[in-house]
Design a protein around this ligand. Structure first.
Ligand SMILES: Cc1cc2nc3c(=O)[nH]c(=O)nc-3n(C[C@H](O)[C@H](O)[C@H](O)COP(=O)(O)OP(=O)(O)OC[C@H]3O[C@@H](n4cnc5c(N)ncnc54)[C@H](O)[C@@H]3O)c2cc1C
Length: 488
C-alpha cells in the first residue's frame, strides 16, 4: 500500500462549493489537495445555471421581440439555435474543458488531483493508488446526479438528462419533458420558444409543486401561451424508444410521443461511492446530515447539494463561507490559538484572514448556517422568486398566518408593461411576531423583486417598518406595498 501523503486539508469534489472551500483554504496558506473526477466548477458552469441561463436569455429575447406587435410596430422573428449552442460551447464551457478552472485553483496554491476519491478511514482519502492523510480535515462537496425514476423501459432508452439538453447542437422537432419542476419548466419554455413542440408530464397535481399554488398557475399559463402542453397528475408507467422516437405511457392510459425525452425528476446524492463506512457514517442516507457548521463527523465537513439543504449555487457558496471559517478555526485551535467557535471571539490570525463574519455580522466568530430566508428563483418568463416558507408550510408549522396578495397587471408598472406583465406578490406573515416568514414574487423581474423580500424575512423586519418604507414609483416592487396593505 502506498505511503500516505500528509497534507492539511483534502477537498473531495470541486464543484461550486468544493472549489470555493479549497481555493480559499489554499489562499489562507494551508496545503490543500482538491480532487475532482470530472470538471472543476461542477454542474453549475457546464451543465446547469450558467448555460441554462444563456439559453433563457436567448429565448426571452425571442419572446420580447414577439411582444413588439401591439407595443412598438411589427417584428419578424426567425429563431436560430446555432448562436445559443455556440455561446454555450465557446463562452460558457470552453467546449466542456476545465483548464482555466484548474489553473484558477492551482493559482491560489492548491494541489489538483484528477480522479475519483473515497474515504479510507479517519483522516484518509484514497484516489486510485494515492492516499492522502489530512492533518486538519476533509471536506466533501460531491454534489448530486440526476435522479431517474424506475419507470419500466426507461433505462434502456437514449433519454436526455440536463447534460444532453444543455449540450444540444440541433434542436429536435418535439420534446417530452418528464418532470415539471424548476429545471423542467425552464428548459421546456426555452425549447418551445425556439419552435420545438414541447409536452411536460408531471406526476404531482401541479407544476412547481414546492412553490405557492398561485405561482404554479401563472407559470403553467405562461408556458401554455408559448405552446407547451402540460399534463399534471400523470405518473409515467412505461417508456419505449423505437429508434426514431419515444413513447411514454402514463397511469390511466395516457400516451405521449416525441422525438426526444428529457428526464428532470430531481437529483440525488450518491453516498454509497464515498467510503463513508470507513469513518462510521451511514451511507444509506439520502443526503449527508450536517450540523449548523456543516460538520458530518469528527474532522469531516460537507458543502453544497450533498447536504440536502437546498440544491442551489448560492447555498453551496453560503455554506462554503462557513466551512472555510470553521476549518480555519480548527486549525487555529490546533495551533494553540483562541477559540472562534462562537463562544469566544478572535479578530486576527487565520480566522480573521478568511474574512468570515458571525451570524450577527461581527468579524471573527464562526457563523452558523441559517436557512430561514433561503431564496430561490425559477427563471421562467415570468420569473418565480420565493423566499422562506410558503403559506402551507407556515400553517403546517402552527404559525398564526396572515396572507397578502397583489396582482402585477393591476399595479401601475404592470399596467404600463402590458404584454408579458403576468405575476403577483404574495406575502406570508407571522401575525403574532409581526414579521414576514415567506414571500413569493412572480413577474418579469420576479427574481430581482425578491431581494427586498429576502431582506425582510432574513432580518425579520417588523411589518410596521415595511409599511412605512417608500417604494419607488412605478417599479414592479411597489406591488410589495399593495400586498402589505392586503395582509389579513
Ligand atoms: C439545469 C440546471 C440548472 C440550474 N440552475 C441553477 C440556478 O439558476 N441557480 C442556482 O442557484 N442553482 C442552479 N442549479 C443547481 C446548481 O448547479 C447546484 O446547486 C450546484 O452546482 C451545486 O454545487 P455543488 O458544489 O454542491 O455540486 P456539483 O456542482 O454537482 O459538483 C460536485 C462535483 O463533485 C465531483 N465529484 C463527485 N463525487 C466525486 C468523487 N468521489 N471524487 C471526485 N470528485 C467527485 C463531481 O464530478 C462534481 O464536479 C442548476 C442545476 C441544473 C442541473
Amino acid at each position: 500500500m502506498a505511503e500516505p501523503e500528509v497534507v492539511d486539508v483534502v477537498v473531495v469534489g470541486l464543484g461550486v462549493g468544493g472549489e470555493e472551500v479549497a481555493g480559499r483554504l489554499a489562499e489562507a496558506g494551508l496545503t490543500v489537495v482538491g480532487v475532482e473526477r470530472d470538471l472543476v466548477g461542477g454542474e453549475c458552469p457546464y451543465w446547469g445555471c450558467i448555460p441554462s441561463k444563456m439559453m433563457i436569455r436567448a429565448a426571452n429575447a425571442i419572446a420580447e421581440a414577439r411582444r413588439i406587435d401591439g407595443l412598438a410596430g411589427a417584428a419578424e422573428v426567425r429563431p436560430d439555435w446555432a448562436p445559443v449552442a455556440k455561446r454555450i460551447r465557446e463562452e460558457a464551457t470552453d467546449t466542456w474543458d476545465d483548464t482555466v478552472a484548474v489553473e484558477r485553483f492551482t493559482g491560489k496554491g492548491g494541489r489538483f488531483v484528477r480522479g475519483s476519491a473515497r474515504l479510507d478511514g479517519p483522516g484518509r482519502v484514497r484516489v486510485g493508488e494515492r492516499v492522502f492523510q489530512a492533518r486538519h480535515g476533509i471536506v466533501l462537496g460531491t454534489g448530486t446526479k440526476p435522479s431517474v425514476p424506475p419507470v419500466d423501459g426507461l433505462a434502456d432508452t437514449p433519454y436526455w438528462t440536463n447534460r444532453q439538453a444543455i449540450e444540444v447542437e440541433e434542436l429536435p422537432e418535439s420534446l417530452l419533458v418528464l418532470g415539471g419542476g424548476a429545471i423542467g419548466l425552464e428548459l421546456a419554455q426555452v425549447f418551445a420558444r425556439f419552435g420545438v413542440r414541447v409536452t411536460v408530464v408531471e406526476a404531482a397535481d401541479r407544476v412547481l409543486a414546492v412553490e405557492e399554488p398561485e405561482a404554479s398557475e401563472v407559470a403553467a399559463a405562461a408556458l401554455r401561451a408559448d405552446g407547451v402542453q402540460i399534463h399534471t397528475g400523470v405518473r409515467a408507467e412505461r417508456v419505449g424508444h423505437d429508434g426514431r422516437g419515444f413513447t411514454l405511457r402514463g397511469a390511466g392510459g395516457a400516451r405521449f410521443t416525441a422525438e426526444r425525452l428529457l428526464v428532470v425528476t430531481g437529483r440525488r446524492a450518491h453516498l454509497d461511492e464515498l467510503g463513508l463506512d470507513t469513518v462510521g457514517v451511514d451511507a444509506g442516507q439520502r443526503y449527508l446530515v450536517v450540523d449548523d457548521r456543516l460538520h458530518v463527523t469528527e474532522g469531516i465537513w460537507a458543502v453544497g447539494d450533498v447536504t440536502g439543504e437546498g440544491a442551489f449555487t448560492h447555498v453551496a457558496m453560503y455554506q462554503a463561507g462557513i466551512v472555510v471559517a470553521d476549518v480555519l478555526d480548527h486549525v487555529a485551535r490546533a495551533d494553540g490559538g483562541p477559540d472562534a467557535s462562537g463562544t469566544a471571539r478572535v479578530t486576527g490570525g487565520a480566522v480573521g484572514a478568511s474574512g468570515a463574519a458571525g451570524a450577527d455580522g461581527s468579524a471573527g466568530a464562526v457563523p452558523r448556517a441559517d436557512y430561514r430566508a433561503l431564496p430561490r428563483v425559477t427563471f421562467t418568463d415570468p420569473e418565480v422568486g420565493a423566499v422562506g416558507l410558503t403559506e402551507r408550510q407556515a400553517r403546517e408549522r402552527g404559525i398564526n398566518v396572515q396572507v397578502g396578495l397583489s396582482e402585477l397587471p393591476s399595479s401601475a408598472r404592470g399596467w404600463i408593461h402590458k404584454s408579458g406583465n403576468e405575476g403577483f406578490v404574495k406575502l406570508v406573515a407571522d401575525a403574532d411576531r409581526g414579521v414576514l416568514v415567506g414571500a413569493t414574487s412572480v413577474g418579469p423581474a420576479g427574481g430581482e423583486v425578491l431581494s427586498g423580500l429576502a431582506v425582510a424575512v432574513h432580518a425579520a423586519v417588523p411589518l410596521g417598518r415595511l409599511r412605512q418604507m417608500i417604494y419607488a414609483y412605478p417599479t414592479f416592487h411597489r406591488a410589495i406595498e399593495d400586498a402589505l396593505r392586503n395582509l389579513r
